[in-house]
Design a protein around this ligand. Structure first.
Ligand code: SF4
Length: 281
């Protein structure tokens, strides 16, 4: 409520996902949340953003979902960890929102990207939104950590043109320290996608002192090259834009003194991927 007692309505659209959003779905009863997850009738979104040129091919509309089962030390958007921090939105409304951009996305060779948080926390909603997008002739991309890839049937995957898969680090113990979860399900999902000749982009966040072990990166590069369907690798330099969210949410942030990697360090990591025959930048 505002100071004058007028309800403040958070718009679905945001300038970017760095807006801190909390508690937008907290009034929904648990039973309704559970039912929504099963049916996909309702989803939880941090926001919709438009005009992204970095979340898949062309210019994208991005639906940022809430809910994530990982706790990456460098997460830029910890407000998206909790599903009910997001705005409840029916599949019908999300589809109508997307329809507004149908023509423009085609003209700009873009499409819909669903990112997060972790979209596969809401796999039914996500599968339904992708199916609706394909019915409109819109290109579809999911950005995921792959941990719940098993939740997508092959038919669900048919509605996804591109998977952008985050691989955080290779060493299993380091992966668990970094994310709180195991790497294996992500690799299994990658293997399944490759066996079906589905297109993949790999995303790798470069954090000095945390993910820049050269042997580790080389192992990721070899794995990615072995898949045979990886079109590109994106090396994303760590930054501190999400730090304020950790602080505002009262979460212990362990990377406050970590500096972004230099352009040269980022280039050297790209080179490790290129050595394995991958397109990396
Ligand atoms: S997988 Fe993504 S959203 Fe989830 S904690 Fe890691 S960086 Fe954050």
């Amino acid at each position: 409520m505002s100071e004058r007692g007028t309800a403040t309505v958070t718009p679905l659209a945001a300038k970017d996902p760095f807006e801190l959003r909390v508690g937008l779905g907290r009034n929904l009863p648990d039973a309704a949340v559970r039912a929504a997850l099963v049916s996909g009738e309702l989803g939880f979104l941090h926001s919709f953003t438009t005009g992204s040129a970095v979340d898949g091919p062309g210019v994208r509309v991005v639906a940022w979902t809430t809910g994530c089962m990982w706790r990456c030390q460098y997460c830029h958007n910890p407000d998206t960890w909790t599903m009910t921090n997001g705005m409840p939105i029916t599949i019908a409304r999300a589809t109508e929102e997307l329809r507004k951009y149908q023509h423009g996305l085609k003209v700009m060779s873009g499409g819909l990207t669903i990112s997060g948080g972790e979209p596969l926390m809401q796999d039914r909603f996500v599968a339904r939104l992708f199916t609706a997008a394909k019915a409109m002739g819109i290109h579809t991309t999911i950005e995921t950590n792959g941990f719940y890839g098993v939740r997508l049937s092959d038919r669900d995957l048919d509605a996804i043109d591109l998977v952008m898969l985050g691989i955080k680090t290779w060493d299993p113990a380091r992966h668990r320290r970094l994310t709180g979860m195991d790497l294996e399900p992500t690799l299994e999902f990658a293997g399944r996608l490759a066996a079906q000749r589905r297109k993949l982009w790999i995303r790798f966040v470069l954090v000095p002192g945390l993910t820049d072990d050269r042997d580790d990166v080389t192992n990721i590069a070899r794995f990615a090259a072995s898949l045979g369907t990886v079109e590109r690798v994106e090396v994303l330099p760590f930054h501190q834009m999400g730090r304020f969210k950790w602080e505002r949410l009262g979460l212990p942030y362990s990377l406050s003194t970590v500096q972004p990697p230099t352009p040269q360090a980022t280039e050297e990591i790209c080179e490790l991927f290129r050595r394995e025959g991958l397109l990396a930048y």
